[in-house]
Write a protein that binds this ligand. Structure first.
Ligand code: OOG
Ligand code: NI
Length: 302
């Protein structure tokens, strides 16, 4: 790249987090409780394990378009994940420096949906006849930040949203929420004793009235036992649709990740353990359940 990637990346990540924390009340609720209990001294003390985005697999959009932003900023594409029942693909991206979050980007396999659902999606996206990321000046962090908040297609009707929701909760989420930050993720193992296991942290969250995603159990654990994740359930928001109907729909959520040391580093003391000694990447079976943090069934459960 011909520019210093770090500066636009900082602008983009800061703006994404600012918009996200304005909309997702659980973000400040959790931060404030951690401050009150002196677990942290400032929001900046929280290590952000990763952020996530959702995309639609249609011409000119999807992962191949979206990833160009973060590849330009020095991110590297890593493992692929496939979610058969949800009809999703995903990749994770390793950051250009350790203090930046990983990124998880998923994409809906639109052509695997029913004819009717495909037609609904294409009604909105067919106006996009070239890759919008190619028209962006990626060196201009403010322009990229604005792009990530800007609608690429027209506001859906409530009927279209409801029809998509019946078939794919993910499709309905993206058609309304677009590239909004889907979640940020608190690194639990970086917190102080009493809060740095997922059991302890989930108990702290439930004590302050946070509702957790229980799909597959509140703690999702990778096959090797080393990546443990939990997440909140999205709140419902009043959303105004193109036909002026207002529906309560899912927005974004917060995730929590505990990465344990790899076997060959498990003898290291707490002071010696570095992030690089811990389990990397993601886990398809965990992710499959975490997607449901925006699903009606999780949101409506008591
Ligand atoms: C992403 C769900 C998967 C993870 O960490 O495995 C995920 C989404 O809800 O879009 O975040
Ligand atoms: Ni995640």
């Amino acid at each position: 790249m011909h520019f210093d990637e770090q500066k636009p990346l900082d602008i983009v990540l800061n703006d994404l987090f600012e918009q996200y924390s304005k909309h997702v009340a659980d973000v400040s609720k959790i931060t404030n409780a951690l401050l009150e209990k002196a677990v942290i001294n400032a929001q900046e003390d929280i290590v952000n394990d990763h952020i996530a985005f959702r995309t639609l697999g249609v011409p000119h959009l999807g992962i191949q378009s979206f990833e160009k932003i973060f590849l330009a900023y020095g991110y590297q594409r890593r493992d692929h994940y496939y979610f058969e029942a949800k009809k999703l693909d995903a990749y994770w991206y390793a950051p250009p420096a350790a203090h930046y979050p990983r990124i998880f980007v998923s994409e809906l396999q639109v052509e695997a949906l029913s004819e009717e659902a495909q037609q609904i999606i294409h009604r909105y996206t067919d106006d996009i006849t070239s890759d919008p990321v190619l028209e962006l000046d990626l060196a201009d962090g403010a322009a990229v930040a604005a792009f990530l908040q800007r609608p690429l297609w027209s506001l859906p009707t409530a009927n279209d949203y409801e029809r998509l929701l019946q078939e794919s909760e993910y499709a309905a989420w993206v058609i309304y929420n677009r590239y909004y930050l889907n979640h940020y993720t608190i690194s639990i193992h970086e917190l102080k004793d009493g809060y740095n296991t997922l059991e302890e942290f989930n108990a702290f969250l439930e004590n302050i009235g946070i509702k957790l995603n229980s799909s597959g159990g509140k703690i999702k654990t990778s096959a090797d036992g080393l990546l443990r994740q939990s997440s909140t359930v999205s709140a419902l928001y009043d959303a105004t649709f193109a036909d002026d109907r207002i529906l309560q729909i899912a927005g974004s959520y917060v995730e929590f990740a505990e990465r344990l040391p790899l076997p060959k580093f498990q003898h290291l003391g707490k002071e010696e353990l570095q992030p690089a000694h811990r389990r990397e990447g993601f886990e398809a079976n965990n992710a499959d359940k975490i997607f449901e943090s925006t699903y009606t069934q999780q949101i409506n459960k008591k």
